[in-house]
Design a protein around this ligand. Structure first.
Ligand code: GTP
Ligand code: MG
Length: 353
């Protein structure tokens, strides 16, 4: 599946239907009076967060979403039908941002969360509503109220419990494939990973979602390498697993490079809990490992583990430590019963359809 974490879409809620001007005409009934019905309400546009999506790629193929218009009122005091609602499914973790690209309108954080972004226009009142003692035969009715139209940005920030960070080639994807069923691309050249990969690990019957993102290098905040925009996918994690290649000369320096980039991306990120893993210890002697662990401990207060993702050495201990920072999840809301305060759902548009 292709990955896309930003998309711009157009939304329009339905216009309300026009009220009707009509008079009762029947044999033997004189002065039947007005009987024009009201127009129907326009459909509204909703967003609903769903769990089984993790990309916005479908919005590359469809960018326009319109709810149905209300029908016009009719004679015999018949109201027009309501327009159909438009329900747009987005992955959990999607921010809905205004056209200016800055103002966050809604943050879809939980499965089943529903947000009405554009309310349908009200229907106009039919002429029967305007009958008064002084005007028994009004010849006017209201027009329907127009719907709302807008462009919005959808910005996906994947929600994972653990974010894997480190320089390219540190072994992030190898770690993900060692502890989860995910099979990301692994290779011994930098920037193998070009978009985030997710995997689910089970630690003592606790479920933790791990996100593997592209490697960071010095200057990533200035766009060097793949830049640092992928950090948005780990900014909501409970904990970072910071992987460091044990075969590199100066592990302390590499550690500091990544910490600096985190800080430059968002100051608060360096206060997030972190577990440090010196990876690839299968390629080192015991003395070398001790020496490198010591030099890491001199520059960080975070717990340091010496692991080998390939040989699966100490990965479980490391995972247990990570898991201690991940809060237990609440039961997720069933998405078949979304909470909607306004109109009931009639039509569901799904990128999966
Ligand atoms: N010897 C040894 N090699 C490892 C270990 N873990 C990963 N590697 C190797 O290191 C290289 C890079 O691994 P990746 O998992 O692709 O590294 P990455 O951090 O995801 O790299 P990017 O996606 O480029 O950021 C591959 O050739 C792996 O086989 C390990 O524990 N021991
Ligand atoms: Mg990788």
């Amino acid at each position: 599946m292709k990955f896309l974490d930003q998309a711009k879409i157009y939304l329009k809620s339905g216009d309300g239907g026009r009220g009707c001007v009509s008079f009762r005409r029947e044999k033997y009934i004189e002065f039947g009076g007005p009987n024009g019905g009201d127009g129907g309400k326009g459909g509204s546009v909703y967003f609903v967060a769903v769990e089984n999506l993790n990309t916005l790629i479908d919005f590359r193929y469809q960018q326009h979403f319109k709810a149905g218009n209300g029908q016009h009122g009719m004679g015999s005091e018949m109201s027009g039908a309501k327009g159909e609602d438009m329900i747009i499914k987005v992955p959990v973790g999607t921010e809905i941002v205004a056209d200016d690209g800055v103002t966050v309108i809604a943050d879809m954080l939980e499965a089943g969360q529903t947000f009405m972004i554009a309310k349908g226009g009200d229907g106009g009142r039919g002429n029967v509503r305007f009958k008064t003692s002084t005007n028994q035969a009004p010849r006017y009715a209201e027009p329907g109220w127009p719907g709302v139209e807008m462009w919005v940005w959808l910005r996906l920030k994947i929600i994972a419990d653990v974010g894997l960070i480190g320089l390219p080639n540190a072994g992030k994807s190898t770690f993900l494939s060692a502890v989860t069923k995910a099979r990301p691309k692994i290779a011994d050249y930098p920037f193998t990973t070009l978009h985030p990969n997710l995997g689910v690990a089970w630690v003592d019957s606790k479920e933790i979602v791990i996100a593997d993102i592209p490697g960071l290098i010095e200057g990533a905040h200035d766009g060097v390498g793949l830049g640092d925009r992928f950090l948005k996918h780990v900014e909501r994690c409970s904990v970072f697993l910071h992987l460091i290649d044990a075969t590199s000369e100066n592990v302390a320096k590499e550690y500091k490079t990544i910490r600096k980039e985190l800080e430059l991306y968002e100051r608060n990120l360096i206060n997030k809990p972190e577990v440090v893993a010196l990876n690839k210890i299968d390629s080192l002697t015991k003395e070398e490992i001790d020496k490198k662990v010591k030099s890491l401990k001199r520059v960080t207060k975070s717990p340091v583990y010496a692991i080998s993702a390939i040989a699966n050495t100490n990965t479980l201990d490391c995972l247990r430590k990570i898991s201690s920072f991940v809060p237990l999840k609440n039961k997720k809301q069933d998405i078949d019963t979304p909470i909607i305060e306004e109109a009931p759902i009639k039509k569901a548009w799904s990128p999966l359809d």
